[in-house]
Design a binder for this molecule. Structure first.
Ligand SMILES: Cc1ncc(COP(=O)(O)O)c(C=O)c1O
Length: 373
């Protein structure tokens, strides 16, 4: 099997991730923060080490790192916790449904209004798009750092600075950049990311960084193991947002995943771009293949293509039969397909363990499929 769906979730994970996740289940680890006995304290230390490691990666205070179930959960907390009736929200054409569905639901209920920022022909958004769309009611700007369809990376630093000039806080969806593109220094007020993609952790992990100038309302309230004498939700971070038992095995794995990513630093992004550029170069030579997204735009290891006259799902299925795991369809990003004028695409996304040989094998398989058209 050749796995090229790392944009959905990364595989394989580093061996230390597997060992750590299994290790906390094999040994007597208790419920973190739920007791004074040694098993609970050991578990609490794992959670704290993970929080501290993520905080160090983001150059943030550890208490501002909130663990969530996935990136969607982090986005929902940021959006539903921050917006009020009458707010206007700026969003982008490349937003995933993790962003679009909560926002569209609020819009349909008449709670908020939405504007989509203008993108140029390469799919890039200029800071001036914010100047054009902002209104006195604009309460939040939601940016997608990299498209999960084309892999194109926006200049988040410049866009965030543009929104801040109007005093508008920014939620950055870093689902496709966390672990590969630097996130610290961008100055996002809310930063949502999965732990299970580029950060190499297990599924069931996500992170919301909550900046100093924002204070979303919690969506979930309950036991935190702290201030138990009170029936009211604690106001201190991270407890305010983390009610209920945490996913200890997954967080133990995430800790190792983030350490792995940090140990390889910028090499992972450079390597993944090298692989995806090699794939693009080969696919562009095949008659009947269209590759999406500007060649020269900044990107991550994600690429979409189509074969003339064939549905993307049909092509993905044909590749699956030949041993390749790629995703066909809309990738939960209908607005991006509207922008591209496509009904779906076949997406290849690489990870740190992907190889040039796998890329060549995929190109050969697509060549063979294209020749049978
Ligand atoms: C840009 C983007 N945002 C959000 C998500 C949702 O991430 P998760 O599956 O962790 O909820 C994805 C998933 O692919 C994504 O690509």
């Amino acid at each position: 099997m050749i796995y090229l769906d790392n944009a959905a979730t990364s595989w394989p994970k580093p061996p230390e991730v597997l060992r750590a996740a299994a290790g906390v289940m094999a040994q007597p680890f208790g419920n973190p923060g739920r007791g004074g006995h040694r098993a609970s304290l050991c578990a609490g230390r794992v959670v704290y080490a993970c929080r501290e490691t993520v905080a160090d990666y983001l150059k943030a205070a550890p208490e501002r790192v909130i663990f969530t179930l996935n990136c969607t959960d982090a986005v929902n907390l940021a959006l539903r916790g921050s917006l009020h009736r009458g707010d206007h929200v700026l969003v982008t054409h490349d937003a995933h449904n993790a962003v679009m569905r909560p926002l569209s639901g609020m819009e349909a209920r008449g709670e908020i209004t939405l504007s989509v920022l203008k993108a140029d022909a390469r799919g890039l958004i200029a800071p001036s798009a914010i100047d054009e769309a902002v209104t006195p009611q604009t309460a939040l700007c939601v940016l997608t750092h990299a498209s999960n369809v084309t892999g194109i990376v926006q200049d988040a630093g410049a866009l965030i600075a543009a929104a801040h000039r109007y005093g508008i806080p920014v939620l950055l969806d870093a689902a496709q950049t966390a672990g590969t593109v630097p996130l610290s220094g961008l100055n996002a007020d809310l930063l949502a990311m999965p732990g299970h993609k580029g950060l190499m952790g297990p599924m069931g992990t996500g992170i919301l960084y909550v900046g100093e100038h924002v204070e979303p309302r919690p969506l979930r309230e309950g036991g935190t193991g702290s201030l138990s004498e009170s029936v009211h939700q604690p106001s201190m971070l991270p407890d305010r947002y983390e009610s209920g038992t945490l996913q200890l095995p997954a967080l133990a794995g995430l800790l190792q995943g983030v350490r792995f990513v940090r140990a390889h630093d910028a090499q992972i992004h450079a390597y993944e771009c090298e692989l995806i550029d090699a794939l693009r170069a080969q696919l562009e030579e095949i008659p009947g293949v269209t590759v999406y997204g500007a060649k020269d735009a900044p990107h991550v290891g994600v690429l979409s293509f189509n074969l003339a006259g064939r549905e993307s799902a049909e092509v993905a299925d044909a590749l699956d039969v030949r041993g390749f795991c790629l995703r066909g369809g809309l990738h939960c990003a209908p607005c991006m397909h509207h922008y591209l004028g496509t009904q779906g695409t076949v997406r290849a996304s690489v990870g740190p363990y992907s190889t040039l040989r796998e890329i060549d094998q995929l190109a050969d398989a697509v060549r063979s499929l294209a020749s049978k058209m």
